[in-house]
Design a protein around this ligand. Structure first.
Ligand code: ADP
Ligand code: MG
Length: 748
């Protein structure tokens, strides 16, 4: 299976994007294909042994669109250059101005003479004395406008021929009908001057102008929805100062290689991820992690490409380039999220896909009904064209993707990365948040605080424990190693074999064959070692939230080492925020019950589940789900990956550059639990925005179509002119995009 992205050209509405989806999904070997309308992009997953890009492209072209494979390394410099939308917008604007000027003149000529107090018009164009001139002049004005809007006719009729009618087809059919009718009328004028009232040039031309105007406003705003990604892309500086042969060279950032040393002066941006070799300074990482305080950096510190060196000069060795950099990964993450559809959009997509043929049928039917009721052909035509124009499902197609683009972008600017539209949607349903203890609620940097032993000195006990723990990667092992290092010990114990027992501790044998165990009570019990002698010390340490590490040598318990981890400053506030949002919190840990309850008490979680073996954490999540909850699991990904995957939403809490992206639906860049509440709030806001958009779009269409069809005419004499229909349609899309943009200003 292979995943590829294509740039799709020629899409104007949801009917277009669903047509592209439909034809590609029908191809043999395609597993999934999603089209993002605002981004003009298709993501497709297919079996490469049965299908090739050429076939995909030719299929899409047959349906009346263009397709281009987006390949390359996905690096930022490459993507910066492949956006041509700016130029397109400018030429669009120029044509639009011409169309508007012509339309105003046309409107003046055609409507002016119908007003109560006639607007001044040269005698030669008078509708009464020179009806043919009056009509011909309007035809001359409307032809160039229709030429400017030729893409509607080309795209529309092509889509009709391909049996995938889109919104262009609606506009094209409607305007062609008005225009042709008017041309026929014009030729009849010399025989029958009374027909001068049945000219509809202005209707055809102004519908085109209004739709063009609406599309233009829409694409302007759509550009704005992408601003979060554009801002991220602009973080990488174009050039960097490379240090080579003791000299400074200014070089383009993309030419830097791993291992190069660059100089970052105060006020300059760090070009790529790296490690500080020398120099000191404080760096602002706000745009990447959302962390507003500058971070102090000195030799050995990691720095992230795109962050700003506020003060001090830094010599940085580059460690990651191209698509491996943190910034590239963030951008890829956000883009992927925007390309993957939220389930909530499925209904709208389905409706949009079958909408156009239905609307054409409704338009024909209502015109026929009015004809049968004895109305004139001109009246029926007006109904027909109004229904076609007002019914376009543009707003429906934009409702979900624009809100998701803005929502995920807003999250990214706060250091909250969301994997997909689906994850964003599920998140708002969360009612239980499970927090892993070590590294999530606590700093994850435990320290030795107490050493208890009857038979050995403190140093001797640490020394023995260190022998076993020096081979383990567990944070508790690091605490012992730190303590041993500070006492100046080197690890020279002869360990012959070593076994890591998850959730319990370490079992090792010395070269002489003596067993050495370090771990919790459970480990000692499984080894048949009595813990009675230290029972009171163990419970005292645990009661203060510390982890008692029991050290047994040769089958005898010879002491206990108390290890404590500090609770993050923000953990309590985070739990309070979640409670205020009506969400239950659970602390989950493999640590002993007493220590876990102590920490749970400090931060105020609703529940504490302790002494869970790493392999059983996922089962605990499953149990909570069976009780009907939507569960979010928050962990650092160190030994909770299965639980993250099992939860409805897996939320990985990382710190800056080393983000554990793989198994998580949400990644928090800041090492700060309050962002969990932020992510849920973001999701709630975005989903509410989508619902507003969909409600508006559906309402507009279900109300607009009957009015356009003339339902209100018999009783109230109310009829929509096609021009009002075009205005309403354009405004509805603009409204939806603007509503989505409102999300940008929200606080999360
Ligand atoms: P957490 O759920 O907090 O991430 P773990 O599941 O990794 O914790 O470990 C649970 C318990 O197992 C620890 O509190 C400790 O008592 C014991 N343990 C695990 N690994 C070790 C080790 N390397 N040395 C000593 N004890 C350990
Ligand atoms: Mg852990």
């Amino acid at each position: 299976m292979k995943e590829e992205s294509y740039k799709i050209g020629g899409m104007h509405c949801a009917a277009c994007s669903s047509a592209v989806e439909r034809v590609t999904r029908k191809l043999e070997g395609v597993e999934r294909s999603d089209v993002n309308l605002p981004l003009n992009r298709m993501t497709i997953v297919y079996d490469e042994s049965r299908l090739s890009p050429d076939k995909i492209i030719s299929k899409i072209e047959k349906a009346g669109f263009t397709a281009e494979l987006i390949n390359g390394d996905g690096s930022i410099s490459q993507r910066k250059t492949d956006d041509s939308s700016d130029k397109a917008l400018i030429s669009e604007r120029r044509e639009l101005v011409v169309a508007c000027i012509l339309s105003v003149i046309l409107l003046y000529v055609s409507m002016g003479s119908m007003m109560v107090s006639h607007l001044p018009l040269p005698e030669i164009l008078s509708m009464h004395s020179h009806p043919v001139n009056f009509a011909m002049f309007q035809m001359l004005l409307s032809v160039p406008i229709m030429f400017i809007g030729r893409r509607f006719f080309i795209g529309g009729f092509r889509s009709l021929i391909n049996k995938n009618p889109n919104m262009d087809a609606l506009v094209a059919v409607s305007c062609t009908a008005s225009f042709l009718f008017s041309v026929v009328t014009t030729f009849q004028l010399s025989d029958n001057p009374g027909k001068v009232h049945s000219l509809y040039y202005e209707s055809a031309a102004i519908v085109i102008t209004l739709v063009l105007l609406g599309k233009h406003l829409e694409s302007n705003s759509k550009e704005k929805t992408k601003s979060a990604i554009v801002k991220l892309m602009e973080l990488t500086p174009d050039t960097a100062i490379l240090i080579r042969d003791n000299r400074q060279w200014e070089v383009p950032t993309e030419t830097l290689k791993v291992g190069d040393i660059v100089l970052v002066k105060p006020g300059a941006k760090i070009p790529l991820d790296g490690i500080v070799k020398s120099g000191e300074g404080s760096v602002n990482e706000a745009m990447l992690t959302g962390e507003s305080m500058p971070v102090e950096k000195a030799a050995g510190s990691e720095v992230i490409g795109g962050s700003i060196n506020v003060s001090g000069a830094l010599y940085v060795e580059i460690t990651r380039i191209g698509q491996d950099t943190t910034l590239s990964k963030i951008i890829k993450f956000v883009e992927d999220a925007q390309n993957k559809k939220a389930p909530i959009s499925k209904v709208a997509d389905k409706v949009a896909g079958i909408f156009v043929p239905i609307v054409i049928a409704v338009a024909l039917l209502s015109a026929a009904v009015w004809l049968a009721a004895g109305e004139s052909f001109a009246f029926a035509l007006k109904i027909f064209t109004s229904v076609l124009v007002i019914a376009c499902p543009c707003a429906m197609g934009l409702a979900t993707p624009t809100a998701i683009i803005v929502g995920t972008g807003l999250g990214a600017s706060h250091g909250i990365l969301i994997r997909s539209g689906e994850a964003l949607e599920t998140t708002h349903k969360t009612n239980v948040v499970v927090l892993d203890k070590t590294g999530t609620v606590t700093e994850g940097k435990p320290r030795v605080t107490e050493i208890v032993s009857d038979i050995l000195s403190d140093s001797e006990l640490i020394d023995i424990a260190f022998a076993a723990e020096s081979l383990s990667e567990h944070p508790l092992a690091k605490a012992i190693a730190d303590e041993a290092n500070s006492r100046g010990f080197l690890n020279e114990k002869a360990i012959a074999s070593f076994e890591n027992v998850p959730g319990m501790g370490i079992k090792a044998f010395t070269k002489e064959g003596q067993p050495l165990c370090v771990g919790n009570i459970r480990l000692m019990e499984s080894e048949g070692i009595s813990t009675e002698k230290y029972a009171s010390d163990i419970s005292r340490l645990a009661g203060h939230g510390q982890t008692p590490m029991l050290v047994a040598f040769n089958g005898i318990l010879c002491g206990v080492i108390g290890v404590a981890d500090t609770v993050k400053d923000t953990s309590k506030e985070a739990v309070e925020k979640l409670r205020a949002m009506g969400i239950k919190t659970v602390l989950l840990t493999g640590d002993n019950r007493a220590a876990a309850s102590y920490i749970g008490g400090i931060i105020g979680t609703d529940d504490v589940i302790a002494e869970v073996l790493p392999g059983d954490k996922a089962a605990v999540i499953e149990k909570l789900q069976q009780d009907g909850s939507t569960v979010m699991m928050v962990g650092d990904g160190i030994n909770d990956a299965p639980a993250l995957a099992m939860a409805d939403i897996g939320c990985a809490i990382g710190s800056g550059s080393d983000i554990a992206i793989e198994s998580a639906d949400i990644v928090l860049m800041k090492n700060n639990l309050t962002d969990v509440a932020g992510a849920i709030k973001l999701s709630r806001l975005t989903i509410r925005n989508i619902k507003q958009n969909l409600f508006w779009a559906f309402c507009y269409n279900t109300l607009g179509i009957p009015i356009a069809a003339g339902v209100l005419y018999p009783k109230f004499g109310l009829l929509l002119s096609p021009m009002i229909g075009a205005l309403a349609m354009s405004l509805s899309s603009v409204f939806v995009v603007t509503n989505a943009l409102r999300l940008r200003g929200k606080k999360i």
